[in-house]
Design a protein around this ligand. Sequence first.
Ligand code: AMP
Length: 123
Amino acid sequence: MASIFSRIIAGEIPGKFVYRDELVSAFWDISPRRKVHILIVPNKEIPTVSDVTPDDELMLGRMFTAARKIAEDLGIADSGYRLIINCKEDGGQEVYHIHMHLLGGERVGPFAPRHSDLKPKGE
Ligand code: AMP
């Protein structure tokens, strides 16, 4: 079955698009974690970073040039932003169609607690 992102890209489910080309599409996250929260998604459905191949390198590079353009278009290129790609369970991935989160428009905050500050499970 097609991923939810493939269905958005195909127009079957609504998406608020900010960018599209022949390799990647980008739209607003439905549940934004910062003032600006965009998802940059390859048009081709690849489940995780563990599934990319050298044939995908053009598309993977395009995700970054799209991020740069979107940040400029949304006026956050100078203030800065964070790009995040989650991979599988430990990475916190929920949708198994590769996507890059672009977060900004305000301070994004610490990217992860220090490992030494994590409480052992059960505490
Ligand atoms: P991840 O945890 O990295 O897999 O992120 C999945 C992201 O997809 C989350 O931030 C969700 O809010 C977002 N999301 C899920 N469904 C939709 C949707 N229909 N439209 C836009 N964003 C979505």
